[in-house]
Structures are given as C-alpha cells and as structure tokens.
Design a protein around this ligand. Structure first.
Ligand code: ADP
Ligand code: ASP
Ligand code: MG
Length: 412
C-alpha cells in the first residue's frame, strides 16, 4: 500500500470539532487507497501552558521532569484523533513515542531521533488498521525516560516517520497556507512561495520562522522526503501549499527569498574576561552543559589582556545562563568583572541562496536599517544568511522595511 504522513499542528487539533474536520481529510486519503500515519501536536496553547506550569514549579527545572510534563499534551490529541477516526469507521490506533518506540538521544528538551523501528506499526497495517496516529514531539531515551524534541518538534517526528516508512509524501498541515516570504502575521505584504529550497528553508527555520522546525528540514533534505506545508482550513487540493524541495527543482533562485525573526532573544555580555587560550571553551562549555542554546557570539578586541565576550540566547534561558557562568566563576574556571543581560532584543535575518553569487546584500540590509534609525547590536553571517540583533521594539518595522527593500512582494 502507498503510505502518506499527515501532520496536524496545534491550531488544527484545538477542539474536538477541529479534530473531526482534519480526521475527514485523513478519511479522504484512506479512501484513495493510502495507509496513513498521522502525527499530532498538542491542542493549541497546551504546550505553553505546560511549560508555564514547569517554570512556576521549578525555575531551574530538571529537564527530565520538564519532558515528563510537556510531552503530555500530545498524548491527549493522539488518543482523541484515533477515537474520532474510529467514530468515522476508519480503523485507527494511537501510539505514544515510547510505544513505537521512537528512540532518541538523552538530551532532554532537545533530543535527537536515533531510530524508528517500523515493525509494530507495519504489523498493525497488515492486520487491517488504516491509520496509525502518533503523538508528535516525544520519544524515549536509552535509559527509558521520556524525551521531547524541542519546541515545534512534531514537524520533525513527521518527517522522520516519512523517511522511516518511505512515505510518498509528508504533508504538514498548519494555520497558514504555506511558507511565506516572511511571517504573514507581521507583514501584510508577505507572499506565499510555491516552492522553497531545502537550504533556504533550513536557514529561515533556524533564524526563527517557526512554520517548520529546523531539524525537520534537515531530515527531509537528508532523506529526500517530499515535504509540503499547507493549511488544514482550506479546501483539499493536491497542488496547494508550498513544496520544500531541492534547489535543482526551482527555476529561478532569488538573491533574497525570505526575512525571518526571532522575538525572544537576550544579549549577554561578560565584561572584562581574561583573553587567553581556552577562555571561550571555559565559558561556552558550562553553558552547553546547562542546556543553554547559544546563538550569536562576539568577542571584542582585547586591551591589556582582557576582553568582553557577548553572546545571545533565548530570553527564558537567561537565568540558567547566569547560573552556569557564576558557577564557573566560583569554581575558578573563569573570571570576569560583571555580567550584563539585555533581554529586550530580537534577531532579524535575511535569507537567500542567490547571496552565494551576489555581493552587496549585507550592505543593503545595513543601509535599510540605518534609514529607519535602527541600531544594530550584533551581526552574524553565513553563506546564505545575514542576521542582526536589534532592539525588540523595532523588530516588526525592520522586517517590513527589509521585505520592501528586497522587493519580496514580487516573489511567489
Ligand atoms: P503549528 O502549530 O501548526 O505547528 P506553528 O505556529 O508552529 O504552527 O507555525 C505556523 C506559524 O508560523 C504561522 O502561524 C506563522 O505565524 C509562523 N511563520 C513564521 N514565519 C513564517 C513564514 N515565513 N511562512 C509562514 N508562516 C510563518
Ligand atoms: N506541542 C509542541 C510545541 O508546541 C510540539 C509541536 O507542536 O510541534 O512545541
Ligand atoms: Mg509548529
């Protein structure tokens, strides 16, 4: 039997009624002769609520227990989806991550998928089950504890299942009808793209465009999964949405194809650290051990053997970062004069494969921001991306101005 993977995000399964609506789509694919693997997220807002409960209970929480709590939202929707399908006379069964078992590393809250054995589910399909419903976002560590794959991780569950089961397609159903040139919620001129290259999508996702989790794009690229993003609210249409594909499938590559932002960034500076070999390792080693996701890093020029070290991380990891650094100071591994956290910054990035062969994108980006009177605090670049850290209050203005300047309203 040909097999499809269909993933439904939080808004698509927000109520029993919405679950019924998307289950009908699954029913249509089943009636076309497909076996279907459905991956579900938690109901809209549920995971945020669970994260809030963990933070309220234990601000510097143990990540194993965080995973035990925040993985639970998906268990509810998986069961409800299977029940809804059964009500429609479609033979369906639900699986939590550990039951598959979807094996992961033991990096709690940011686990990576190691293996998805297919036997259990394939045996059920052979017995007449037509839909396997899988709780997204969760798996099991080698020691048997529950893990989660990081926020937005159900996308990665979906692509990993598509790869493991050699699915004909992996459809990611969400609350927008595809991948846009920027978030349509903050820029009304944003355009839907019919196709986007894996590498561009990868950079957009890692720069904050949460429509797909970065790891899901990485996996799709590696295993050549046919990945489509589309709305669960539109009429069913085989040509709908955005296809994420190899760049060879795209006729004309844009110099800039999208603008992304990440709202909740913090900039932390260690003032006056000794400038000696090993200092970066002594700072960023403990941060990594503490589970802090460091993004941009800048080391200033040193004067008299001392320097300032600046890095960015998500706002909600600032306390954890401060503790890791002050513990490192207490142990004598590092020394610094002061540590300053600026929690009012955001990251804005422009992405495009055409940047490889076009100079001047960075200069243009900086000019646009300067014309708007926006000060740039940190800059980083990759081959196809330029990111800046700016005051959060200018974030939307910056996204809109860059979208205009690179004429993205003409894309699509
Ligand atoms: P789901 O719950 O279905 O996983 P998410 O909220 O994780 O949905 O992702 C969809 C959201 O991503 C959209 O509602 C949109 O606001 C946001 N988004 C950010 N950047 C983009 C983009 N470039 N194209 C489309 N959506 C984007
Ligand atoms: N429910 C999880 C989250 O909100 C996973 C997902 O929706 O992809 O991050
Ligand atoms: Mg998501």
């Amino acid at each position: 039997m040909p097999l499809l993977v269909m993933k439904f995000g939080g808004t698509s399964v927000a109520t029993p009624d919405r679950i019924r609506r998307v289950a009908k789509r699954v029913g249509v694919e089943v009636s076309k002769g497909y076996d279907v693997i459905v991956i579900v997220s938690a109901m809209a807002g549920e995971t945020n609520k669970l994260v809030g409960l963990v933070n309220e209970t234990s601000p510097l929480f143990d990540a194993r227990e965080y995973d035990a709590v925040v993985s639970s939202g998906e268990n509810v929707t998986a069961g409800l989806m299977a029940l809804t399908l059964q009500e429609m006379d479609v033979p369906a069964r639900s699986w939590q991550g550990w039951q598959v078992p979807l094996r992961t590393t033991d990096i709690h809250a940011a686990a990576r998928i190691v293996e998805i054995p297919t036997e259990n589910i394939t045996a059920k399909f052979a017995e007449g089950m037509q839909v396997a419903v899988i709780a997204g976002f969760q798996g099991i560590a080698p020691d048997g504890r529950i893990t989660t794959l990081g926020r937005g991780g159900s996308d990665t569950t979906a692509v990993a299942f598509a790869a493991a089961f050699d699915a004909e397609r992996c459809d990611i159903y969400t609350d927008v009808d595809g991948v846009y040139t920027t978030d349509p919620r903050i820029c009304e001129k944003a355009r839907k793209l019919d196709k986007i290259a894996f590498e561009e999508m990868l950079e957009l996702a890692s720069a904050g465009a949460k429509v797909l989790q970065t790891r899901s794009v990485e996996l799709a690229m590696r295993y050549n999964v046919k990945l489509r993003v589309l709305s669960s609210f539109d009429e069913m249409d085989d040509a709908a949405g955005t296809l994420v594909c190899g760049e060879e499938e795209i006729m004309e590559l844009n110099v800039v194809s999208g603008v992304a932002y990440s709202r909740d960034e913090a900039k932390m500076t260690l003032i006056s650290v000794a400038d000696r070999p090993g200092i970066a390792a002594a700072i960023f080693g403990p941060l990594s051990t503490a589970g802090v996701n460091v993004d941009m890093i800048v080391q200033n020029i040193s004067e008299e053997g001392r320097t300032d070290m600046t890095f960015s991380c998500p706002t909600d990891q600032v306390k954890r970062a401060e503790k890791a650094i002050s513990d490192a100071k207490a142990s004598g591994a590092i020394n610094y004069h002061d540590i300053v956290a600026d929690t009012g910054v955001a990251k804005v990035s422009v992405v495009g494969i055409g940047m490889r062969s076009h100079a001047g994108v960075a200069a243009k980006m900086f000019k646009v921001l300067s014309d708007e009177g926006i000060n740039i605090k940190v800059i980083t670049t990759s081959e196809i991306k330029i990111s800046v850290l700016i005051d959060r209050k200018y974030m939307e203005l910056a996204v809109q101005a860059l979208h205009d300047a690179f004429e993205l309203e003409k894309a699509g």
